[in-house]
Design a protein around this ligand. Structure first.
Ligand code: SAM
Length: 276
């Protein structure tokens, strides 16, 4: 039986490669990677020659599985890497790991860089409990629904975000979770233009700073007391009747009752949909 090694690689700074990762990349019989050209270039920079690379990405992971598992069962060693960071974290790998586990193939993690963890540990937000969410949906409606599901979570929330959408994501987060939550934009971690921009969501919406490069967004968890829906409902109903939009009604009701903004918003949307 061969072994499947999940090897983390740098997220920007080449010096972050570990000694163990280097040894395994040098000795692997095969390296599965998202993009053979990108990984080929990384290995070249690390001084690793002639690696046997096989492409394993979102679109071919399922069809590649039988061949890779058969090779592992036949005793071949396989290393899985992502373009950057830790494999299987918002990257391909989960299906391969699941199939390897099912086949009884040893799966060994080789830890190293991961953007979410690097961002969290330097964010200044609580690290004792956190929820990794990954990428939010690209469409605003779906994104707001997802954020609402997270509104009551008390853990620090960690998102991966495209630089093209960070401003929309911040605006939707402020509308659903409340502008007063603490948040951090962690940008270009380990690279030349590394930056941690901290503030409330409202402050970051007003001034997100440079929005180029790779971004992790962190948002502090819910802290206010959960609302008693019986107290919230009549206030939201009356505000909606007065012509407030669901978002403004939620904001006002949350202010009056001390309820979580997300909770009030969820109720306001629900009540507004019930209206004839
Ligand atoms: N598997 C990777 C990991 O362990 O971090 C994540 C892969 S995911 C496809 C890529 C996303 O990770 C980027 O869009 C960005 O949100 C985040 N990311 C990766 N490198 C980063 C960096 N150097 N600085 C900030 N965010 C980064």
């Amino acid at each position: 039986m061969g072994t499947l090694h999940l090897v983390a690689v740098p997220i920007g700074n080449l010096e972050d490669i570990t000694l163990r990762a280097l040894r395994l990349l040098k000795t692997a019989e095969r390296i599965a990677c998202e993009d053979t050209r990108r990984t080929g270039k990384l290995l070249e920079l690390l001084g690793i020659e002639r690696p046997r690379l096989v492409a394993l990405h979102e679109h071919n992971e399922e069809e590649r599985l039988p061949g890779l598992i058969a090779a592992l069962e036949a005793g071949e060693s396989l290393v899985l890497v992502s373009d950057a960071g830790t494999p299987a974290i918002s990257d391909p790998g989960f299906r391969l790991v699941r199939a390897a586990v099912a086949a009884g193939v040893p799966v060994v993690p080789v830890p190293g860089p991961c953007a979410a963890i690097a961002a969290l540990c330097a964010s200044g937000l609580p690290t004792d409990a956190f929820r990794f969410v990954g990428f939010l949906p690209p469409k605003s409606g779906q994104r707001k629904s997802r954020l609402l599901e997270l509104a009551a979570a008390t853990e620090t929330l960690i998102f991966y975000a495209s630089p093209h959408r960070i401003e929309e994501v911040l605006a939707d987060a402020a509308a659903t979770l409340g502008g007063d939550r603490q948040a951090v934009i962690a940008r270009e971690i380990t690279k030349h233009f590394e930056e941690f921009r901290r503030g409330t969501l409202a402050e970051l919406v007003a001034d997100p700073g440079v929005t180029r490069g790779e971004i992790v967004l962190l948002i502090g968890g819910a802290t206010e007391a959960p609302a008693d829906e019986d107290a919230l409902r009549p206030i939201v109903e009356s505000l909606l009747r007065e012509g407030y939009s669901p978002s403004l009604a939620a904001k006002e009701a949350a202010r009056r009752t001390g309820a979580r903004r997300g909770e009030a918003y969820r109720l306001a949307v629900e009540l507004a949909q019930e209206e004839p």
